[in-house]
Design a protein around this ligand. Structure first.
Ligand code: K2U
Ligand code: ZN
Length: 173
């Protein structure tokens, strides 16, 4: 497995609507495995394919937070939200493509998601808590949407300006 570079906002690839995947090929399984390794190494609890420059509808997540609990790595191809609760949750979100910036985002508290798993099987599951927040954050990535798109324009512009500066500094190293 390979740890891949994570794209930093602003980057046009992070604003694209990603293409659905077809058959789950060994290459796609390798991409998913690389994304899981990249996510754990970041560390993070979710990662979407466009964040590593692959404009495909694929996300990985593992939101297990309890110390010592077994990890639950999940691979979701072509994920779709089939139901969302009226009840909402506010969570202080971050993003591996927008490092060190956090803001409150309100989302449905529970969502039902249908997807194709790593073995090509169709799965459907209802998520709540941090899993619900994370899967919605990752599906937004597949539609070119970032958590800062939910913020007021001035706050979003401030964060974007900080990322432009960060990228300039990283380019000089
Ligand atoms: O997609 C990503 O950039 C990874 C995100 C996933 C995520 C964001 C907000 C809320 C839930 C999940 C994170 O950067 S992973 C880092 C993290 C870890 C614990 C809690 C929140 C965020
Ligand atoms: Zn993100």
């Amino acid at each position: 497995m390979t740890v891949r570079d994570i794209l930093i906002h602003p980057d046009p690839r992070l604003k694209k609507v990603c293409a659905p995947v077809g058959d789950i090929t060994p290459a796609l399984q390798t991409l998913a495995d690389d994304m899981l390794q990249t996510m754990y190494e970041a560390p993070g609890i979710g990662l979407a394919a466009p964040q590593v420059g692959e404009l495909k509808r694929l996300l990985v997540m593992d939101c297990v937070k309890e110390e010592g609990a077994p990890p639950r790595p999940m691979v979701l191809f072509n994920p779709e939200v089939t139901w969302a609760s009226d009840a909402t949750n506010v969570y202080e979100e971050g993003c591996l493509s927008i490092p060190d910036q956090y803001a409150d985002v309100e989302r449905p508290a529970e969502v039902k998601v249908r997807w194709t798993d790593r073995d090509g099987q169709t799965q459907e599951e209802q998520f709540d808590g941090l899993w619900a927040t994370c899967v919605q954050h990752e599906i937004d990535h597949l539609n070119g949407k970032l958590f800062i798109d939910y913020l007021k324009p001035l706050r979003r512009q401030m964060i974007t300006r900080k990322m432009v500066k960060l990228k300039r500094e990283r380019a000089r190293l």
